[in-house]
Design a protein around this ligand. Sequence first.
Ligand SMILES: Cc1cc2nc3c(=O)[nH]c(=O)nc-3n(C[C@H](O)[C@H](O)[C@H](O)COP(=O)(O)OP(=O)(O)OC[C@H]3O[C@@H](n4cnc5c(N)ncnc54)[C@H](O)[C@@H]3O)c2cc1C
Length: 415
Amino acid sequence: MSLENPIQNKSDVIIIGGGPAGSTMASRLAEQGLDIVLFDKDHHPRFHIGESLLPRNLPILAKLGILEAVEKMAVKKLGADLALPDKTYYRKFEFSEADKNHPHAFQVKRAEFDHLLLNTARDKGATIHEGVKVTNVSFDQPEAVVVSTIDSEGNEQEWQTRFVVDASGRDTFLAGRMKTKERDPQHNSAAVFSHFEGVDRRPGPDAGNTSVTWFKHGWFWTIPLSGNVDSVGVVCDPEFLRTRKTSLDEFLLSTIETCPQMKQRMAQAKSISETQAAGNFSYKSTKMHGDRFLLIGDAYAFLDPMFSTGVYLAMESAMQGADAIQTFLGDENEGALCLDTHAKKMERGLSHLTWFIYKFNTPAMQTLFMSKLNPFNMRRSVISLLAGDIFGRMPGGVGAPAFKLAHRFLSIFRC
Ligand SMILES: Cc1cc2nc3c(=O)[nH]c(=O)nc-3n(C[C@H](O)[C@H](O)[C@H](O)COP(=O)(O)OP(=O)(O)OC[C@H]3O[C@@H](n4cnc5c(N)ncnc54)[C@H](O)[C@@H]3O)c2cc1C
């Protein structure tokens, strides 16, 4: 279809995507009085996987002014537990052990949570277009970026802006176009997941905790959500997923059957949504920012979801990135330096987290996580990680180097 409309007035920032990263960025910048336009190809509320938040999310929710609203829709999560497949035994990690100031987090239905974040950005003054897909971004003009869109009726439009933020999630809009997206050859997992009713939860106050249960081909998660619904999924080697001869529903249920602890907890459970799959999911863009653009959240990198860090990283990268963009709009040279500093900080956090993810399924890591011994106060270090302390030095313990040393030692002795 030909373009019927002239290029729209120039905004300060255009954001591609209204997930946690895009909406947080829009809120933060609109609060500063900037002219912000956000496009999401979907209409909200819409389903999204990624329901377990971390204690480190809470200060961000407070800054956005929505902590109480999220609390009302959420299940309270005091920690997480790790379980081995063949026993009823599990090891519990409570956030309060690592940080008394951030003793809990929330489990949320993403349809509700993302809708709240998007409406918050709208309330703060951002212009939100739902059901409008970004189809092209052109950096050909020296002082403006031109963004092309198409709405659900097929109407195409062009928009000028001073800066563009890619928050398009796993669609990786800009990284795909710039050919900067690199899959992680060392970590290629797949996930199959659904919502269930009637999952046997942990007792008492632990009923809101995430459980991670290892099994031969990977690990399961159970995440308790409001209304007696639990998110249940399996993360596995893609080779194992390729052995599937049945529907996704049947595959998920038969895989649960192979793990005694999960089988027991799911004995009375009924699936209440369509089972979905996500494949080959770890990647990173070789570029996080450049002339008039920044990639945030999953649009920049996606790591395995085992530590439930995705939404936190999306929102944290938006908060930090927004400060750098604000500086850029006032002084481009200084702003470029701020974007660089932001990128380096994010990189450091991601590489720290990547190390743990690579090792997660090794026997040595399972020994370290499950052991009742606590050399070098490692338990506290583990909990800091589970709470999302990706950017600071792990409090209370001797930090990542000691953990890495212990892991190497155990690996050598094949523990
Ligand atoms: C199996 C699995 C389990 C997970 N579990 C967890 C968990 O427990 N906890 C956790 O924190 N994270 C989890 N994650 C990760 C989490 O889902 C993501 O990290 C998080 O949603 C990233 O937020 P985002 O805003 O960057 O992207 P998204 O939430 O994906 O939002 C991107 C938005 O961009 C829009 N969009 C895309 N392309 C365009 C376009 N061209 N034009 C306009 N709009 C566009 C989409 O419609 C979407 O709304 C999990 C992920 C997977 C795959």
